[in-house]
Design a protein around this ligand. Sequence first.
Ligand code: GDP
Length: 358
Amino acid sequence: ALTIGIVGLPNVGKSTLFNALTRASVLAANYPFATIEPNVGVVPLPDERLNKLAAVFGSERIVPATVSFVDIAGIVKGASEGEGLGNQFLANIREADAICLVTRAFADPDVVHVDGRVDALADVETIITELVLADVQTLEKAIPRLEKEVRGKKTDAAVLDVAQRALALLLTGETIDAHRAEFDAEILRPFGLMTAKPFIYAVNTDEAGLADKDFQATVRRQLAPADVIFLDAKFESELVELEPEDAAEMLTDSGQDEAGLDQLARVGFHTLGLQTYLTAGPKEARAWTIRQGWTAPQAAGVIHTDFQKGFIKAEVIGFEDLVAAGSVAAARAAGRARVEGKDYVMADGDVVEFRFNV
Ligand code: GDP
């Protein structure tokens, strides 16, 4: 499964957030290097549509898609030099498919900040600088070898060109992610650059920060085009301990429309380049995870490889059409059920039944 690595300076609330994500009860310790072991937390992707589908089909249970988070211990300045836990962090970050960078914007005199001040954007800069430096090192090592290979006609000149342009960009302090469109993803991927991964920013803030739209707009502007989520990790960790009804009430009382963890799962899922399609029946209403752009047979293969091999066709009803019609039969009668072949590219919210040979 694709994973999102949670990174950030020590004491910004990563473990608090991660514990909330997994509802695990690992103690969040109030000092740097509290979280050394990388752990994986798998959270459900919130999807209101499943409840509605289950109602239409009378499904016994709901099976949501999931998003996997890996808790990667805090990076410190100097990580790219291999100081302290640096190399292990970098190795763990390399394995993640996207990066969730947690920054601190909550004021709490009892929680020490490693750099002695609370400044979410400065936190981002500290970490990005380390990741950029690590990528610079990677490319500075690779380029002389590539130059040789290009001279010997063993490597395409386009590969060297990408490496050189990536290096020039990184030397200005910017991430590859922010300039994704300028690079051929296929050529770039084998370099394993960390700043070429998609980034999400999770700003761990407090009640005041959640209410401060100007602050949020400023941070968003600085970090665009990446997605930014504002949440209160401590609040989130309390929320997950409650029964759903009580949690919903507490959330409403706090003036938020959606729990921070739900936002994180939703945005993270999208950032990973994933989407879902839906199936439903009396047993279960279910969301299946596919990559954006996948065709019907590829999507069928997620349920079972035989579905892909023996794919004949898919009967597809848009979620809204199905709910409006009230049943599959009614949707069919209204001409809302489409039969799609092997070249059909799946759309988010397709409710599907596959036909296949066994
Ligand atoms: P990590 O080192 O980034 O994993 O940070 P932790 O999650 O261990 O948090 C460090 C300290 O900050 C702990 O004492 C947490 O209880 C506290 N903390 C985390 N998130 C928040 C928050 O949103 N508000 C406040 N006031 N404290 C927090």
